[in-house]
Design a binder for this molecule. Structure first.
Ligand code: GLA
Ligand code: ZN
Length: 686
């Protein structure tokens, strides 16, 4: 991970600000286009993601192309010193295509073809759809390759992991399986443990992705959908690479969803972008901030620290969520700066101007139906524009975390498919990752969010919550990492199955990790919501553990083996006195094991101790009040520290002197007062 990266497109050295721009919805009122340009300038917007759902406007009949309106828009953007994040329109197909070539529509598991409606539902295998995409993409690229407004490519929109069971997809899946299992159906049957319930497949042509009782089959289906979507994407971008080799390419991820494996996708895009829609003010804003921060960090880590783009966010009110709550004053600035603090080089919205009709007509937008710059949402967006314009020095800089948290996509699928039957509602993999991330966030310690293919050697500590499925080679690398002096913290429900979801034999944690952690997890059980089990620290040695803690949801019965030290033990039940938290010295490193999901301060006590003990770098050397975090970008000489208060009340942070607040220009001495949802960006002056 490096501190310094080139801007996403070196043509623009500023933070990007703007959003989904859909001028094709306003084709009857071109005066609105001019008004858009005036308002974009006022809001400090320099980036318009254009044409995302414009296929029907660009090719109203097969082979008849109408680019004149887009020419006008591109020219207007350039004249306004703005840029286009130009989209390929495959996220939504035109009606003539579904009628002429029904194969472009997906097929349900029962064999019925989906009607032409909604969006994001094309068959990813269909050669016709791929060809039509390549034609329109080539036209766009040829036409705008030398246009001064063209900055970036926005491929399709939110590719997803939805199923298509058409013959083409099923055949492609079976061929993918043939490759994966070297044409050996016995190998597939072994991986699927198909002897169970006499599920043995006589040949690859028997395999269909519908039987959820065969866990590895469903895992392979998820893997295939990622593979096939990337393959589709690779076809989409061919003409763009050909005509515009220097224009960086991205596709907007829906990070945080269990859909496609974005780690695999990350290798194929030039930079990461994602769409973030937290539910502010629904429950606890601090919880929501932690979850969101983790996802931002993951986006930064996916490209080895390279800054990402917040491609979509909402300036005011999202239309998902149970209750439609408006961002309170301050929250828009705070959540936008949060993205920047964690490595974002731009803040974009869905969408620029509110649509007059259809399902998202009330979804927040920069320009309201009212149309002026006098709304609260417009003013708040303009304030973000002003702030971003002061952050040019931040562009391209990154954090260099010493802690990594493993949040592995395939493991998430494996827990969903393979562990769901056993753990039921208590799986909560992503929630558990957030719980382990939270103490670092609260103490201002930057974190990388890795997957099992990442190199561990750069980190002083690696945290592994519920690492249930281990891919080949990972356990050995973890072992080597600890042996060479690394610190690993792993939890219950880890190292249980291999990549085929086959349980390791010889005890949990498997794959050689029993020796590393010095524990044998004999039993794991899941609890009802009202049940808790006390956990008591073993006082004399308990590294940082001092309170009385509780286990909830999932509890394991663990035996400490060899010289493993017990730091805390269960205080009740038939396993009273047995280990709940342990540490084992292995080689030059240490391996901690947490046997249960916990509630209360246990994780922050333990990680707080480890942060001190290992001397992990914090963004700022001070204790942060609850709900306040500090994140850092850049190296010691040119460092920016983002102080963010996610509480709905004012709070003080003792920062000491030697800083200037680059949003206000004031120098800071000693205390910084952070108002409700306040944010400060500090630069060291000394
Ligand atoms: C998504 C889509 C947008 C829009 C927004 C708001 O993430 O990419 O087109 O639908 O959500 O709901
Ligand atoms: Zn299909």
């Amino acid at each position: 991970m490096s501190h310094r990266h080139a801007p996403i497109n070196p043509m623009c050295k500023n933070m990007l600000h703007g959003g989904d721009y859909n001028p094709d919805q306003w084709i009857r009122t071109p005066e609105i286009w001019d008004e858009d340009m005036r308002l974009m300038k006022l809001a400090g917007c320099n980036a318009a993601s254009t044409g995302i759902f414009a296929w029907a406007a660009l090719e109203p009949e097969e082979g008849k192309f109408t680019f004149d309106w887009l020419d006008t828009i591109m020219d207007k953007l350039a004249a306004n010193k703005g840029y286009a994040v130009l989209a390929t329109p495959s996220g939504s197909k035109p009606a003539w295509m579904s009628r002429a070539y029904p194969e472009v529509c997906r097929v349900n598991a029962d064999g019925t073809r989906q009607p032409h409606e909604r969006r994001h539902n094309h068959c990813r295998t269909s050669p016709v759809y791929r060809e039509k995409c390549q034609i329109i993409n080539a036209k766009l690229a040829e036409r705008y390759k030398n246009h001064p407004a063209l900055l970036l490519w926005h491929i399709s929109n939110e590719y997803n992991g939805g199923d298509c069971h058409c013959d083409l997809c099923i055949e492609a899946f079976q061929n993918w399986l043939r490759k994966r299992y070297n044409n050996d159906i016995d190998a597939l049957n072994h991986a699927y443990w198909a002897a169970f319930w006499a599920h043995t497949f006589p040949g690859f042509d028997y395999v269909r992705p519908t039987d959820r009782s065969i866990h590895c089959l469903m895992l392979d289906w998820e893997r295939f959908k990622t593979y096939q979507t990337i393959d589709f994407y690779k076809d989409e971008i061919k003409p763009l690479r050909q005509h515009t080799p220097n224009v960086p390419i991205t596709t907007n991820f829906m990070n945080g969803h269990d859909t496609l494996d974005y780690w695999a996708f990350a290798r194929e895009v030039d930079f990461i972008s994602w769409d973030s829609y937290p539910n502010w003010h629904e429950g606890n804003d601090v919880d929501e901030a932690v979850k969101t921060a983790l996802l931002h960090d993951q986006c930064r880590t996916m490209k080895q620290g390279k800054p990402f783009l917040l491609m979509e966010s909402v300036p005011s009110i999202p239309t998902r969520g149970r209750v439609k709550k408006r961002k309170e004053p301050g929250m828009h600035m705070l959540s936008s700066m949060q993205a920047v603090a964690h490595g974002g080089d731009g803040v974009l919205y869905f969408q620029w101007r509110k649509s007059r009709g259809c399902s998202e007509k009330f979804h927040g937008a920069v320009v309201d139906h009212e149309g002026s710059e006098h709304t609260r949402e417009f003013k708040e967006v303009a304030e973000v524009g002003t702030a971003l314009a002061k952050l040019d020095d931040v562009v391209g800089s990154s954090a260099q975390p010493e802690v990594a948290l493993l949040l592995d996509w395939e493991n998430g699928w494996a827990i969903r498919e393979g562990a769901r039957v056993f753990l039921g509602e208590n799986c909560k993999y992503r929630e558990e990752c957030a719980a382990h991330y939270r103490p670092f966030w609260q103490m201002g310690v930057p974190v990388d969010v890795i997957d099992q293919n990442c190199d561990l050697s750069a980190y002083k500590m690696v945290v592994l919550p519920m690492a249930y499925m281990l891919r080949p080679g990972f356990a050995d690398r973890l072992k080597g990492y600890v042996h060479a002096g690394g610190t690993a913290v792993m939890t219950y429900w880890s190292a249980i199955v291999d990549e085929s979801d086959l349980c390791f034999l010889g005890g949990v944690p498997g794959d050689g990790l029993r020796e590393v952690f010095g524990v044998w997890e004999e039993e794991t059980q899941s609890y009802y919501p009202h049940e808790t089990v006390p956990i008591n620290p073993v006082k004399e040695i308990a590294e940082g553990l001092s309170g009385y803690y509780q286990a909830v949801d999932i509890c394991s019965v663990v035996h400490a083996e060899g010289k493993t030290k017990i730091l805390a033990e269960y205080g009740d039940h038939y396993f009273e006195g047995m280990p709940a938290v342990t540490v084992n010295n292995y080689g030059d490193g240490r391996a901690y094991y947490i046997a249960a999901r916990t509630r209360g301060s246990m994780l922050s006590d333990l990680y707080g101790h480890l942060i001190k003990d290992l001397g992990l770098k914090r963004a700022i050397d001070t204790d942060l009040p609850h709900g306040v975090t500090a994140q850092v970008r850049g190296s010691a000489h040119e460092q920016h520290i983002f102080l963010m208060n996610f509480n709905a009340h004012t709070t003080d942070v003792l920062v000491g002197s030697g800083y200037v607040d680059i949003l206000t220009g004031e120098s800071v001495s000693k205390n910084v007062e952070l108002e409700k949802y306040g944010v400060r960006v500090l630069r060291r002056t000394a």
